[in-house]
Design a protein around this ligand. Sequence first.
Ligand SMILES: NC(=O)c1ccc[n+]([C@@H]2O[C@H](COP(=O)([O-])OP(=O)(O)OC[C@H]3O[C@@H](n4cnc5c(N)ncnc54)[C@H](OP(=O)(O)O)[C@@H]3O)[C@@H](O)[C@H]2O)c1
Length: 213
Amino acid sequence: MPRPELRLVLAVSLDGRLAPPVGGAAQIGGRGDRVVLEEALAWADACLIGGRTLRLHGCTCLLHTPPLLEQRRRQGRPEQPAAVVVSRLGRFDPALRFFQQPLQRWLLMPAATSAPAGFHAALPLPSWPEALAALADQGLERLVLLGGADLAGALLQEQLVDELQLTVCPLLLGGPHSWLPAGVALEPARWQLQEQRLLEGEELLLRYRRLRD
Ligand SMILES: NC(=O)c1ccc[n+]([C@@H]2O[C@H](COP(=O)([O-])OP(=O)(O)OC[C@H]3O[C@@H](n4cnc5c(N)ncnc54)[C@H](OP(=O)(O)O)[C@@H]3O)[C@@H](O)[C@H]2O)c1
């Protein structure tokens, strides 16, 4: 089954947390992380975002860097990657800023039929391989997975993540919010380092690619 290339993009603390102990709308990364996040957005046709992350933040990440916007225009692509919201409930407050953002909004949920108000399209999620193949059929071939941990865990568990792009931030946070939720059991897999870059603010980009058997 054809499927898109999937890159998980997260900012994590030195102790592997993606949010502080109190949870909420976490901002772990600084300016260095913003640079590599935007590079990933410029690469992507669409971003997958978990329903909880969307509710907490109220919006998704947009590209702002003029040369990256110009590059996408030259390539004949939309300025912003589409946002694909993954949800079981499929219910979002229409007042969220997300619904005013200048991008295409898709909804991926188990029994989607038609697109609810505010979304351009809805696709069913019978299984992850089928849902990803359906996104590829729609021309969404490069996907950035923006988290959170619940969604990342589901896709990692099915071995569908091709690349990990982690910005390691110089913070120790403690608490329960590991970037892989407790209880997710993974098949042992090896990852090959593709890129390492020291970023502003002593942040470190690590990009790993999954080695296939
Ligand atoms: N540091 C970072 O880079 C970063 C990035 C992203 C998020 N975060 C933080 O992560 C936290 C949120 O993460 P989280 O793990 O609690 O939640 P999450 O992964 O963002 O969202 C979980 C929700 O996604 C939907 N979902 C997940 N797996 C699904 C599946 N297999 N099928 C259908 N729907 C599925 C469900 O949505 P419904 O509830 O709509 O049914 C579920 O409740 C926040 O603190 C946020 O700030 C940090």
